[in-house]
Design a protein around this ligand. Structure first.
Ligand code: GLY
Ligand code: GLY
Length: 310
């Protein structure tokens, strides 16, 4: 186990906008890292287009996450893992740092873009989180088309499910030298100075039917507040809920983004012995990340620079 939080950061905060995306913390095999980084780069680039055109951080993080939800390499949307009943059950949330509005869906059946439904929960209901059948009915009433579950289940997802069932385990999707990416997320700051965060996942392989992870939970998987910054997390969801990881990282942003990310993920390791990663953006647009897993693919763009890695 990696015991130190590996950290990095970009941007001095001088840029007018910035975006950072992750493709999940875990242990991606060396021969798969390149494809995962490319997926993150595509997502960061699409989010950057929104920001460069003067769009909002909220639109940018939604767009970036949608790109990763469509990419079958990642455990979100198409390519999501299967629960103990052999079904897809999707978790996602989005938050606007401007006014702390947030929306989420959890245990959602197959829809192509859970993050878009989470956004609709935020904008079209007085609620923050809708679950399962109710979330599905809401989505249909809002004009979203349910997907054919079979088309969203990849060969890899089925293989991982069968392996977990054979061992009678519940597994982090991207654990154990995996060829797959994990939970996806994005944080951004727009030219108007607002921050936002979004996170989407299939959760854990062979999770108990009905299990909800951190990703749709405001404060655990996603948090955004213009006064503190924004965060999206990936890794062991139960541990993230227990330490309110995203809110913990945003609260810590009074130091540097890098130190805040490192301290928050180190707290989770110390107090729960579980690993993961997170990405943050500070109110001035400076970006940071940290992980206690072996890998977490990511890509960053600002109006002046771009970077990616694992
Ligand atoms: N437990 C799935 C992930 O965050 O990658
Ligand atoms: N971090 C994603 C999950 O545990 O579901």
């Amino acid at each position: 186990m990696v015991t130190q939080a590996d950290v990095a950061s970009w941007g001095t905060g001088a840029s007018s906008w910035s975006i950072l995306v992750h493709g999940g913390a875990g242990d991606v095999r060396a021969d798969s890292v390149g494809a995962h980084v490319k997926g993150c780069e595509r997502a960061a680039s699409e989010g950057a287009k929104v920001l460069a055109a003067g769009g909002s951080a909220l639109d940018a993080v939604q767009r970036a996450v949608e790109v990763l939800e469509s990419d079958p390499l990642f455990n979100a949307g198409t390519g999501a893992c299967l629960d103990s009943d052999g079904h897809i059950a999707l978790d996602a949330s989005i938050m606007d740092g401007k006014d702390l509005r947030a929306g989420g869906v959890c245990a959602l059946p197959a829809f192509e873009h859970p993050i878009a439904i989470a956004r609709r929960v935020m904008e079209a209901t007085p609620h923050v989180l809708l679950a399962a059948e109710g979330a599905s009915r809401f989505a249909v009433a809002q004009g979203f088309t349910p997907a054919d579950e079979a088309t969203m289940i990849t060969e890899l997802a089925r293989k991982k499910w069968e392996a977990a069932r054979a061992k009678n385990t519940i597994e982090g999707w991207a654990g154990g030298a995996s060829t797959s990416g994990g939970t996806v997320g994005a944080v951004a700051r727009d030219a108007s100075g607002h921050v936002a965060a979004a996170t989407s996942t299939g959760g854990m392989v062979n999770k108990l039917a009905g299990r909800v992870g951190d990703s749709p939970i405001v404060g655990a998987g996603t948090y955004a507040d213009d006064e503190g910054g924004a965060c999206s997390t990936t890794g062991h969801g139960e541990a993230m809920i227990r330490v309110c990881l995203a809110k913990t990282a945003v609260d810590g942003m009074r130091t540097t983004p890098e130190a805040s990310a490192r301290d928050a993920i180190a707290l989770m390791l110390r107090r729960t012995a579980q690993t993961g990663g997170l990405i943050v953006v500070a109110p001035d647009g400076a970006l940071g990340l940290a992980r206690t897993t072996r890998t977490m693919t990511w890509a960053a763009r600002t109006d002046a620079e771009q970077a990616s890695g694992c």
